[in-house]
Design a protein around this ligand. Sequence first.
Ligand code: KG4
Ligand code: ZN
Length: 342
Amino acid sequence: MRVLGIDTSCDDTAAAVLDGPRTLRSNVIASQVDLHAAFGGVVPEIASRAHAERITAIVDRALAEAGAAPSSIDAIAVSNRPGLVGSLLVGVAAAKSLAWIWDVPLVGVHHIEAHVVSACVDHPDLEPPFLALVASGGHTALYLAEDDVRIRCLGGTVDDAAGESFDKVAVLLGLPQPGGPHVSRLAESGDDGAVHFPRSRPTGDPMGFSFSGLKTAVLYHLKGPGGRRDAPDRPDLGTSHADVAAAFEAAVVDVLADRTLEALAATGVRNVAIGGGVAANRRLRRVLAERLPAGARLFTPTPSLCTDNAAMVALRGHALLVRGVRSPLDLEVAATGDDAAG
Ligand code: KG4
Ligand code: ZN
């Protein structure tokens, strides 16, 4: 089954063609990073306008790069939740129009569930059941992919997402957005032992995450206790920004790795996948690989499949379509993904 995938959940306009389940024919992504750079974060109105301007060309390019005629598309999968509503609407409107014109089935995909299976795109040997850590700018949670369709959320963040904490710390360090790659690059030249930041866990939530205390600890370390975000660094700081970046990254990675390994032990599965923008983080990949127990295996998507993309949406859509799931042509969008437990 040949599936056209579309993702416009946040600030990337993405389309992909997948000959399901494993042969990716094209994976086209138009980033909007430049459009939002001056604002220190994604501006929803700018994002949806840019999606509207680009979606037709991006779908055309995905078809052309795949060498796929429109008549060869068997079904369309589109992210319809969770995300920025104005952004989601553009991709969903395009998907509905094409499904109607081409007279093919349409399926709405939960964007985070697509991140869960993203490692399967380039690892055909990754089969359920597997554990997945999804750490992105908007979400951080652990999932159990029980079979080809059922994905169960085991626990998630009670405050900031891991990527969001990277982005906020980047602002404190005067680095551009999205901050994760910049903090990570700066951390490479720092000493992660120069300062110790907390590794917190929400009380009574064994598989939960909490990153807002860590962000505040970095703020107070840089600006002094009770310091404001726009204040200058305290004069007696004594650690370089590279040291702070390294110590912060070490704390985030420890928390993500600890919780993932605990979930691995609790579920008894052997395979663990990572997904979401933070899964591109080199330290996270290294620490997880080093700490994995004997017999367990780590599956990491290539960086372009970690951040938002439509290949993972096409793959998730394929699994649903094969099971007979179809969405109506009046498919709606939702800002939240409360049906994540599926
Ligand atoms: O999955 P994604 O592209 O979009 C969302 O759905 O949120 O993730 C983007 C997030 C941003 O917060 C970005 O700073 C973070 O992923 N990120 C990273 C790295 N690359 C992207 N965080 C840490 N290290 C990286 N190398
Ligand atoms: Zn995402």
